[in-house]
Ligand binder design. Structure first.
Ligand code: NOJ
Length: 769
């Protein structure tokens, strides 16, 4: 198949992007620019009334994107009277221009608005859901996805995106695990920084750059029992060592804004948590941007039990929350709190200044209409290049979980395929969660993709085979938008019969099954994370035929797949691949691209094992396989996951040499080099993610059994081999100890390199201070 946007070109673009960017902290403003900004904002603030300052702290929704019960009415009036600082959920150059003109021409001081949106994995051209994108382990592709999203978002007048979502998640029941990069702090941090670079482009003034908003600060992914919006209760050690690093990485990459989370941190809701928003974020990390609440999370502090709206709003402004999303707590109460001396003008000034600075950094004072260009709206959205990049990213995100007897790739000509399942001839569910600008009608179904690749050379026998679910109560929860999940006119039994008939006529079964769009994402926790029963029934009937069955699995989270693993010949996990879903899936099924994705989240055997993650502590009685009493295990199941972190197969085979070290005893700031030679011993060209893990077996606190410390993705032709070298400095040995001091402790270290977290070669070094 001809690639309109070849992989080579994409690599070129992403490498170019990487090289022109500085490493570490994003290039800050020059001192002269900062001085100009300060002078400008100070002069403006001198002219502002208290009401005008408070107005800047008020973020309203334009109504297109609602994730709570409250909407703001009459925003046009609010814009004109200066009681609104920004709008989110409104896009399209004509609507944005109207509002911006109302603000700039209608208000006394002509202060422009900031326009935000939940652009999470692409704006119009939808990329794989973030969990899928993380499975590429390809920072260049990830950065490029954010760059393209920024270009499309700005082409519709936006200048602020509520992304990246960097919450570490160890609980697959939580629906929002789909929106992040999985369970690992190191990889999560790298991805967070790549996305910030992609969005902000190291130049917020550029007409195609948007300000990133890192979320949800903090620890939102640690919700007890994976239940949405639930309590988080976590030690400082767990916070600092495992959950906070990705937020920190995004801040260090120069993210312009950050969103507080719904949950409590140490018993205090994040939105009013002074330790979190001021001591940690600003004083320890040096964050210079502004903090926005989540959707009505300020009002919800009342529900958390901390007092009425005036009390919690006063507490929030004092804690370091700068902007209030939707709930109007600031708008309605701050002036009164000031008059009653419950807050100081300094707090309002701080928040107002940070928001005005953000607008200044975005270049909105210089040109409030800078991205409102109807021409770009016509030319820059859903271009062939953008779609091609989305397809390539999707191909790289798929994880081959099983492939018995090399059943994949399928032959492009000859024979017949039964294409079955509720996601096979389906466009809507291709996009996944959080696709406000996404137009599902423009996505490519699996059926369309397959037909494009095989034409008439393979006979396709299609049957829907089952509903997404037959459970109408569950369906109601899933249908928060019209027509998302629906019941077929045929009965479930008739549908299964059709699928069996199609399978009988065919050589191979390709069943496209799993979760629909609304089964993951916000407010989509599940206590049972298996494929819905209606689809399982169909699979079980098909399995009885004894024909090879390939599962194409859609999922916004790890699923429990023991039966599927035991009965399907192959499983290709495609997450929710986005606009180009069908093309990407067909390319991989038929071998135009050899899958290279690796899991960034552990797949449990049973929901009862959750939370299950690879970088766990050893415990005093670690698990040993076999029926041993009094160990940290279960009576009825092993501790092992079904598929471990870092796992993913290829159509080819890679073999690893032993690890070679430059030395086995080191002192102080020396560098250890650890190398392996990886050979492609199979028949296909392929890519492999070579993973470095380190264990610190003796320390002042209990340390994880291993931690990812580096990785490299390499491409190998059949028969080719490459040596991969990791340079290890003491930075990779550091952790936060009981005093929350970040340092390394001398002694022995285990160095592991391998193809996934459970399959590694290993060697030891001594590292003295
Ligand atoms: C609530 C979600 O938690 C957050 O991620 C999102 O950005 C806001 N709603 C705005 O839609």
């Amino acid at each position: 198949m001809k690639n309109i946007f070849s992989r080579k070109r994409v690599l070129y673009v992403s490498a170019a992007l990487l090289f022109c960017l500085p490493f570490g902290r994003a290039m800050a403003q020059t001192p002269a620019e900062t001085a100009r900004m300060n002078a400008y904002v100070s002069a403006l603030m001198k002219k502002m009334t208290i009401d005008e300052k408070i107005g800047q702290l008020n973020l309203v929704t334009g109504g297109m994107a609602i994730t709570g019960s409250v909407t703001n009415n009459g925003i046009g009036e609010g814009v004109k009277n200066g009681s609104i600082g920004g709008i989110f959920g409104l896009y399209g150059t004509s609507d944005v221009r109207k509002m911006q003109e109302a603000a700039v021409k209608g208000t006394r001081l002509h202060i422009p608005l900031i326009f935000g949106l939940d652009v999470i994995h692409g704006h119009r051209t939808i990329f794989p859901i973030p969990l899928g994108m993380s499975a590429t382990w390809d920072l260049g592709l990830i950065e490029q996805s954010a760059r393209i999203a920024a270009k499309e978002a700005t082409a519709e007048g936006l200048n602020w995106v509520f992304s990246p979502m960097v919450d570490i998640a160890r609980d697959a029941r939580w629906g929002r695990i789909s929106e992040g990069s999985g369970e690992d702090p190191y990889l999560g941090g790298k991805i967070a920084a790549a996305m910030v670079r992609g969005y902000q482009h190291n130049n917020l003034k550029a007409p195609d750059a948007v300000m990133a908003c890192v979320k949800h600060f903090a620890l939102y992914g640690g919700a007890e029992a994976g239940r949405e919006y639930n309590t988080v209760d976590m030690s400082r050690l767990a916070m600092y060592n495992y959950y906070l690093p990705p937020y920190r990485a995004a801040v260090d990459a120069g993210a312009g804004s950050i969103m507080s989370s719904f949950n409590v941190v140490d018993g205090v809701p994040s939105t009013v948590n002074k330790w979190l928003l001021t001591d940690l974020l600003r004083k320890q990390w040096g964050f210079k941007g502004f903090v926005v609440s989540d959707y009505t999370s300020l009002n919800e502090v009342t529900e958390h039990g901390l007092g009425d709206l005036q009390t919690v709003s006063a507490r929030a402004i004092n804690a370091g929350l700068d902007m209030d999303m939707v709930g109007e707590g600031y708008l309605k109460t701050l002036k009164q709190s000031l008059q009653e001396k419950k807050i100081s003008i300094n707090d309002i000034d701080r928040a107002c200044r940070l928001i005005l600075e953000a607008k200044y950094k975005l270049g909105l004072f210089a040109d409030p209409y800078k991205s409102i260009d109807p021409r770009r709206e016509k030319t820059d959205i859903m271009t062939a290049e953008n779609r091609a990049a989305a397809r390539i990213t999707a191909e790289h995100s798929f994880v081959l979980l099983k492939n018995d007897n090399q059943i994949l790739p399928l032959k492009k000509s000859g024979g017949s395929i039964a294409l079955v399942g509720p996601l096979a001839d389906n466009k809507r569910d291709m996009l996944g969660t959080w696709v406000i600008g996404g137009e599902w009608e423009k996505s490519v179904s699996v059926m369309e993709g397959i037909k494009k690749v095989v034409g008439d050379n393979v006979k396709i026998n299609y049957a829907r085979g089952s509903n997404i679910t037959d459970d109408t109560t569950f369906m109601k929860r899933l249908n928060f938008g019209p027509g998302m999940v629906w019941l077929d006119k045929q009965s479930p039994d008739e549908m299964i019969d059709d699928a069996v008939k199609a399978a009988k006529k065919s050589d191979i079964i390709v069943a496209v099954v799993g979760e629909s769009q609304s089964m993951s994402g916000e407010s989509s926790s599940r206590s049972d994370i298996s494929i819905p029963e209606s689809q399982q029934k169909m699979l079980k009937e098909l399995a009885k035929l004894g024909k090879p069955m390939v599962l194409v699995l859609f999922n916004g989270r790890p699923l429990t797949l023991q039966w599927e693993n035991d009965n399907a010949a192959a499983i290709l996990d495609v997450w929710a691949p986005g606009t180009e879903a069908g093309n990407a899936i067909a390319n991989v099924l038929f071998g135009n691209y050899n899958p290279s994705g690796k899991l960034t989240t552990t797949f449990p055997r049973s929901v009862g094992q959750i939370p299950l993650y690879y970088n766990h502590l050893n415990t005093g009685r670690p698990y040993t396989s076999g029926p041993t009493k009094f160990r940290s295990d279960y009576l009825d199941i092993s501790n092992d996951p079904l598929y471990p972190f870092g796992y993913g197969l290829s159509y080819t085979k890679f073999s690893y040499s032993d690890i070679k070290l430059n030395k086995s005893v080191l002192v102080g700031n020396e560098t250890l080099t650890a190398s392996v030679t990886v050979s492609n011993t199979g028949k296909y060209a392929g890519e492999e993610v070579v993973q470095l893990y380190i264990k610190d077996p003796v320390a002042s606190i209990s340390r994880p059994v291993k931690e990812l410390k580096d990785f490299k993705k390499i491409a190998l032709q059949p028969g080719e081999q490459k040596t991969v070298t990791f340079n290890i400095t003491t930075d990779k040995l550091k952790f936060y100890n009981s005093d929350l001091r970040y340092d390394w402790e001398p002694g022995e270290f285990v160095i592991e390199i391998g193809t996934n977290s459970a399959t590694t070669g290993s060697t030891r070094v001594i590292w003295n201070k």
